[in-house]
Design a binder for this molecule. Structure first.
Ligand code: SAM
Length: 241
């Protein structure tokens, strides 16, 4: 269970509304029941429900079960999709180790907005379910132009381009990770359902920190493409970078 509080042996604190609802109504837990706690900083603690009253649930950290581990530093940049597709993307991306979700507005982006708090809740549940010890950040959308100009050059951006037109992602990743002079921080960029405009792609491909990669011969839905790219990271790097 994700909590905001500092965790140490014996720490006691009230559960927030989301956690209380999840424990009482979804998992049907009660006083004395065990649970695992994490906050993204202090590792994982075995804990328990110390008090369960109708309106107040108190949690207690009993002992540390895992130290905070180094987690993948992989970013997923994507053009906002329809609600169900973006929820799916954030849930599965969290399971596959994404540290930051960056929505990017492109010429053919279907929707200009995302519901940041709903997506953070989706990411939190997925982190809990997959026993990650961090919850990824879901950022506000930015324009493709802002992404290009504000990019920190020590992170390589892998652009998933049209089917068949670029080097396969597996080969590109093996080459990049065996090159000691190249950065080993990565981000993936997936286009919208309508694809990138030709000039968007041309301008991106000219940037020194960009590598265009392919995900096979078929045209994948944007969310499928994102998961295929993340699975390739997992397969090749073990932990997504
Ligand atoms: N009509 C669009 C086109 O032809 O480019 C289709 C876009 S596809 C539905 C959505 C996004 O998924 C693309 O912009 C690209 O980023 C990614 N994508 C889909 N299939 C891919 C593939 N085989 N290789 C690389 N990227 C792919």
């Amino acid at each position: 269970l994700y909590v905001a509080e500092h965790l140490q042996k014996g720490a006691r604190f009230p559960a927030d509304e989301r956690a209380a609802h999840y424990l009482l109504n979804v998992l049907r837990r009660g006083s004395g029941d065990p649970l695992l706690l994490f906050n993204g900083r202090d590792g994982e603690y075995r804990g328990r429900i110390a008090e369960a009253a109708k309106r107040r649930l108190v949690l207690e950290a009993v002992e540390q079960t895992r130290a905070q581990e180094q987690e993948p530093d992989l970013w997923l940049c994507f053009a906002p999709l329809k609600k169900d597709a973006v929820d799916f993307l954030v849930e599965k991306g969290t399971e596959l180790g994404v540290a930051r979700f960056q929505p990017v507005l492109t010429a053919h982006t279907a929707s200009n907005r995302i519901n940041q708090s709903r997506l953070t809740a989706v990411a939190t549940e997925a982190a809990e379910q997959s026993e990650r010890l961090t919850v990824p950040d879901v950022l506000e959308p930015i324009s493709l132009e802002a992404l290009r100009t504000g990019w920190s050059k020590d992170r390589r951006l892998l652009i998933c381009a049209e089917a068949g037109a670029a080097e396969p992602i597996g080969r590109a990743l093996s080459g990049l990770t065996s090159d000691v002079s190249s950065s080993h921080k990565f981000a993936v960029l997936i286009g919208p359902e309508g694809g990138f405009q030709e000039d968007e792609l041309d301008r991106l491909k000219k940037l020194p920190f960009v590598t265009a990669v392919g995900l096979g011969p078929r045209i994948l839905r944007a969310e499928t493409a994102a998961l295929a790219a993340l699975a390739a990271f997992q397969a090749i790097l073990g932990d997504g970078g």
